[in-house]
Write a protein that binds this ligand. Structure first.
Ligand SMILES: Nc1ncnc2c1ncn2[C@@H]1O[C@H](COP(=O)(O)OP(=O)(O)OP(=O)(O)O)[C@@H](O)[C@H]1O
Ligand SMILES: [Mg+2]
Length: 246
């Protein structure tokens, strides 16, 4: 379970909170969508969960292990549990698909191995398994540079990279915003399957209301850094939507 308590983020030089005293409990295997218009704090919230953004105050823990207020070493360890996928995929373009996926194992190997990108046979098998899971198991494709892939293929590599971490949670910041509807569906279906079958918690930010309703077991509607709806998709009324998008 992920517990977020009284989380606040005020960026340096800003007078208002991007995330304003949020509290939330998220159960294992949930597919949760943060829904809301631009600037309500979706990315900030996701980035606080893996400490890419350091909260101003509040606490976050995963299965009882606190990830806020930790030492750098504890944080490295805690981050193994958290896979992240991005709107712009964030792959290393000049590296092969296989190497991009293997980089998801960097948190598990010694520094000298990490520096020389030496991965064990088990890690390579894990990577192949993850690639298969996202439907990319063509031998030629796996050797190709990541910048020679389509957007949908890149995002699937991004998911495979998160999967090889064997994470408890996958955070996804607008994962399909750069993709066309058909490819978006493929990516969302993979993420839904991961939440359901692997019981990996998926926490995602989305703009798209219809897509949120179709995939999420739980929607958290945000407005100005605060939660104004938390419930099942079918309970999200047009009145509430008007408030979220006011
Ligand atoms: N690095 C930063 N420094 C200062 N202010 C920031 C920074 N990042 C975000 N903000 C501000 O924090 C608020 C929340 O931004 P955030 O990016 O979390 O929103 P969002 O819901 O993800 O928006 P979008 O849908 O456009 O991605 C906004 O007012 C934004 O301008
Ligand atoms: Mg954002």
């Amino acid at each position: 379970m992920i517990v977020i308590e009284n989380l606040t983020k005020i960026y340096d030089g800003s007078s208002k909170a991007a995330v304003d005293g949020m509290s939330l409990k998220i159960e294992r295997g949930e597919f949760l969508v943060f829904l809301g218009p631009s600037g309500v704090g979706k990315s900030t919230l996701l980035r606080c969960i893996n400490q890419l953004v350091i909260p101003t105050s509040g606490r976050i823990s995963i299965d009882g292990e606190e990830i806020t207020n930790t030492t750098a070493k504890e944080l490295l360890h805690a981050r193994r549990d958290i896979g992240m996928i991005f709107q712009e995929f964030n792959l290393v373009g000049r590296m092969s698909v296989m190497m991009n996926v293997l980089s998801g194992r960097l948190g598990y190997i010694s520094l000298w191995r990490a520096l020389t990108y030496r991965f064990s046979r088990e890690d390579k098998n894990r990577a192949l398994h993850a690639l298969k899971r996202v439907g990319l198991d063509d031998e030629e494709l796996i050797k190709r540079r990541a910048d020679a892939l389509s957007g949908g293929q890149r995002q699937r590599v991004g998911i495979a990279r998160a999967l090889v971490q064997e994470p408890k949670v996958i955070l996804a910041d607008e994962p399909v915003a750069s993709l066309d509807p058909k490819v978006s569906k493929v990516v969302m279906d993979i993420l839904a399957d991961i939440a359901e079958k692997d019981r990996i918690t998926v926490i995602m930010s989305l703009h798209d209301i219809e897509m949120s309703k179709r995939y999420a077991n739980r929607i958290v509607g945000l407005s100005k850094g605060k939660i104004i709806f938390d419930g099942r998709a079918e309970d999200l009324t047009s009145q509430t939507l008007n408030k979220i998008y006011a």
